[in-house]
Write a protein that binds this ligand. Structure first.
Ligand SMILES: Nc1ncnc2c1ncn2[C@@H]1O[C@H](COP(=O)(O)OP(=O)(O)OP(=O)(O)O)[C@@H](O)[C@H]1O
Ligand SMILES: Nc1ncnc2c1ncn2[C@@H]1O[C@H](COP(=O)(O)OP(=O)(O)OP(=O)(O)O)[C@@H](O)[C@H]1O
Ligand SMILES: [Mg+2]
Ligand SMILES: [Mg+2]
Lengths: 247, 247
């Protein structure tokens, strides 16, 4: 299982933060890793301190350019490459459904990439629209991100339906932004653990350092390698790598 | 200006919380208010303690049923009606672009509603896809929601582009989940205030009570009427109502 999509129906749950930091952790463990941004917000490049994204994923999909010809190596992080996006990708939400076989157009771009990189991680937009569908279709497995929040917990079921439809196996659920400070968070966490027990992966705590790292344009393993959240991402990465091998 | 869309490109910024609590505050001030959920997550009904949504917005759009024939009055909140959604609405993201004049299909459903209700508020999905576009198209004005978060601030520019394209006037930006605890939040708030000074509306503080009210299925003005966040929503509602009159 080498192509992983990071997904959630609910917005703002930490998908980008997980995609970027998980990819950097894979690279840290020596896995050649390709990070693909399938969200028109283009936040992955920002999180890596990259300001120019050319060609954008939109161009790649429209011109059917192969990933290998368009990737950008990430400075200071050996074993990590980026396929970034720009706002123009939003156009695909409207244009794709009118194309033939639109569902597989991202998979086509990534077709040869599976042999070039050990791991591919795809960050997705929130919601269950066209871009999400294309990303689920291109992946061998899905990591679902969920904070201790009632509405986010409630939306897990929606994503499960989408994963069944796109035949994307679910590798697990990553509890993120974990804090047990409020009763709301503790109760939401219990709901997730009680209802999805077998799918729970190592969690990521709620830490301002992750927001600061994002602004600094660095993964947490570079920004604050000794922080508990950096170690949390390394533990998560180890677990995900072992699950990826078994499929 | 009687039809307002609550929007943001970034996910999880508080759109649903604002849409629900603003609508309840309008109703509190005696305005006949219709709350429309254009997000397949269907969280608006949940926030109002409503468990059955029938017919869903998806059915209304597909069968071109008028809003007036499908609305549900909200128990315990006179002057507030709901047009809810279900997960089936996600289908529209794929099907709509193949329909003729798909952009105006939500506007058509709401056509007569403008004379029946004083205020209409539309909650939207995150992102800038098909459903977002239909909602922007159906509105006379947009309220943009933004927390003190760097990526959310960065995505404001994306939404501005979309608002220009759909010719939806921006009524203002609501800073929400406002907290000045972390340096990240203080700096993001400064960025928003420095770059969008004239658009800033009364803000909503970060309060766990708003999450608890959501789980309890009540707007904050019913759940904790004397809380500072309930009063913040009433102040915001007053300001939005005065701006709506002037257009
Ligand atoms: N574990 C965490 N602790 C603290 N802050 C976090 C954590 N994870 C993410 N954040 C912050 O929360 C905000 C939202 O996270 P992020 O952008 O990664 O979510 P997302 O699911 O990708 O959002 P979207 O739906 O817009 O794509 C960002 O400011 C991010 O820095
Ligand atoms: N001012 C606030 N203080 C504390 N919690 C808040 C506040 N506003 C929203 N929340 C909580 O934050 C979470 C996200 O809010 P909400 O669902 O309203 O955002 P959204 O923009 O509608 O998300 P989505 O992009 O998924 O539609 C919810 O659990 C909500 O209860
Ligand atoms: Mg993201
Ligand atoms: Mg919402």
């Amino acid at each position: 299982m080498s192509t992983i999509v990071v997904a959630a129906h609910k917005g703002g749950v930490g998908k980008t933060t997980v995609a970027v930091n998980l990819a950097a952790s894979f690279a840290h463990y020596g896995k050649r890793t390709l990070l693909v941004d399938a969200d028109p917000q283009g936040a992955v490049a920002t999180a890596l301190g990259i300001t120019v994204v050319k060609p954008s994923l939109y161009e790649l999909i429209n011109k059917q350019i192969k990933a290998n010809d368009a990737v950008v190596p990430v400075d200071n992080i050996s074993e990590l490459w980026l396929l970034g996006s720009e706002l123009d990708l939003a156009g695909l939400e409207i244009e794709a459904p009118r194309m033939t076989l639109w569902q597989t157009k991202l998979a086509d771009v990534l077709h040869d990439a599976e042999t070039t990189w050990d791991m591919i991680i795809i960050d997705t937009p929130p919601g269950l629209g066209v871009l999400s569908t294309m990303a689920l279709n291109a992946a061998d497995g899905a990591l679902v991100v969920c904070p201790p929040d009632y509405l986010a917990y409630r939306s897990l079921a929606h994503l499960q339906e989408a994963l069944v439809l796109s035949k994307t196996p679910i590798m697990g659920i990553i509890p993120t932004m974990v804090s047990t400070q409020s009763r709301h968070a503790r109760e939401a966490l219990e709901l997730i653990e009680d209802n999805y027990r077998d799918l729970i992966l190592p969690s990521i705590p709620k830490r301002v350092a992750l927001q600061d790292a994002m602004v600094a344009g660095m993964p947490i393993v570079n920004y604050q390698p000794n922080s508990d959240c950096a170690k949390a991402f390394l533990s998560l990465a180890k677990e995900v790598l072992s699950r990826a091998k078994t499929v």
